[in-house]
Design a binder for this molecule. Structure first.
Ligand SMILES: NC(=O)C1=CN([C@@H]2O[C@H](COP(=O)(O)OP(=O)(O)OC[C@H]3O[C@@H](n4cnc5c(N)ncnc54)[C@H](O)[C@@H]3O)[C@@H](O)[C@H]2O)C=CC1
Ligand SMILES: N[C@@H](CC=O)C(=O)O
Length: 362
């Protein structure tokens, strides 16, 4: 049976959940999927870096409280994340990028992805920054190096919206997308409706693992802005920059407004949309809307998200499922790894790496 060696960049909620999945269910998954997974490197801003090309023993790391983890005193460990060295030099097959999303310039995640692709390694990421701001260039780089760049978790977490559109909508013309694409703000709007204060609702979303490290991105709509860019670029063939997407968040909406709307049968939702017009122009925006109960997005509650695709032959098609959550997003990474396997398992031109044991090949 083949095996993929992984380098995890960022060891917060999502990559820890992936490590847990590998540690607890690795054998079952290997039987089902036909390949094993092993973690050979982890880097984290706070914990440092840890490398073991024979495979890191994940159980003791997962037993430690996230805030207390330090790799400095472990064999193969350092207090320094050494991201570039780890990404370029450690013989991993797949680099799994799950550091903070930076909506302004995508860094440093953008560099992490670029270094990995330049080194001939596959990349999967849940980080929206590199995908939204440089997706086209990164896909080009991946194609040149004969590797994959996968990012299913960048929109709707583990709900396979990008792959559904790519693989299942052949022959359809998609003219627009409209959706609830942020679990945190949707969860918060629901809690405001129940009478919870904004600050308390944000704290809950953080504890549940839905919110960004800086929840401003969730509240002010920047997270959805990136997701609209990704969807429009992937599904509508657009090439949007951030300034092309109008953005207004939910920070100005009061609990009273949410409750008042609910009493009139309306639900406030943070809606992202992109519409392609006949002249080829695209209108893309993020804004809170008070939706009537019969709208397909009005009943989407909590961290659940949904996207309505407008198509020529089917009318509207709605995909709905988890939009945030550590385990749900780790599943997106697993689905990316499966996609890499499906695409490359038969490659006889696997990229060469500096230190490559035969067992690293799949
Ligand atoms: N949590 C969720 O529901 C979802 C998260 N995402 C995205 O996935 C990524 C990870 O999310 P979480 O794990 O929830 O975030 P998190 O904040 O729990 O973890 C991020 C980790 O990255 C580390 N980090 C930050 N900068 C680093 C650097 N330069 N080098 C090494 N490590 C670095 C931090 O120390 C932290 O441990 C984010 O980009 C987020 O936007 C995407 C979909 C859903
Ligand atoms: N903070 C984001 C996480 C997923 O992208 C959200 O709440 O949707």
């Amino acid at each position: 049976m083949g095996r993929y060696d992984l380098a995890l960049i960022g060891f917060g909620g999502v990559n820890r959940a992936l490590a847990e999945l590998i540690s607890q269910s690795g054998e079952r998954l290997a039987k089902e999927l036909g390949f094993a997974l092993r973690v050979v490197a982890i880097t984290d801003l706070r914990a440092g870096s840890l490398v073991d090309t024979d495979g890191i023993d994940l159980a003791p790391l997962l037993a430690a409280e996230p805030g207390e983890l330090s790799f400095a005193d472990l064999a193969g460990g350092s207090a320094d994340p050494r991201n570039e060295w780890v990404i370029r030099e450690v013989p991993a097959d797949i680099v799994v990028e799950a550091t903070f999303t930076n909506p302004t310039d995508g860094e440093p995640a953008l560099s992490h992805v670029r270094w990995a692709l330049e080194s001939g390694k596959h990349v999967c990421t849940t980080n929206k920054g590199p995908v939204a701001l440089a997706g086209r260039a990164l896909k080009q780089l991946a194609a040149e190096r004969g590797v994959s760049f996968e990012f299913e978790g960048s929109v709707l977490s583990g709900t396979p919206i990008l792959r559904t559109a790519e693989r299942m909508f052949g022959g359809l013309e998609i003219t627009g997308v409209q959706g609830i694409m942020n679990g945190t703000s949707n969860y918060i709007l629901g809690r405001l409706e129940e009478g919870i204060e904004l600050s308390a609702a944000i704290a809950e979303a953080q504890k549940l693992g839905y919110a960004e490290a800086d929840p401003t991105a969730d509240i002010e709509g920047h997270d959805v802005q990136l997701k609209v860019m990704i969807l429009a670029n992937e599904v509508l063939g657009a090439d949007l920059r951030r300034e092309d997407v109008f953005c207004e968040g939910i920070s100005a909406i009061t609990p009273h407004e949410v409750q008042d709307a609910a009493s009139k049968g309306l639900r406030w939702k943070l809606v992202g949309s992109a519409t392609r017009y006949e002249d080829g122009s695209i209108d893309a925006r993020v804004a809170p809307l008070a939706l009537p109960a019969q709208h397909p997005l009005a009943g989407i509650s909590g961290p659940v998200n949904a996207v309505v695709f407008h198509t020529d032959l089917l009318g509207t098609v709605t995909v709905s499922g988890p939009g945030a959550g550590r385990i749900e997003t780790a599943y997106a990474l697993l689905s990316d790894i499966i996609a890499i396997h499906q695409r490359h398992a038969d490659d006889d031109t696997a990229p060469t790496r500096p230190v490559l044991q035969e067992t690293h090949r799949v």
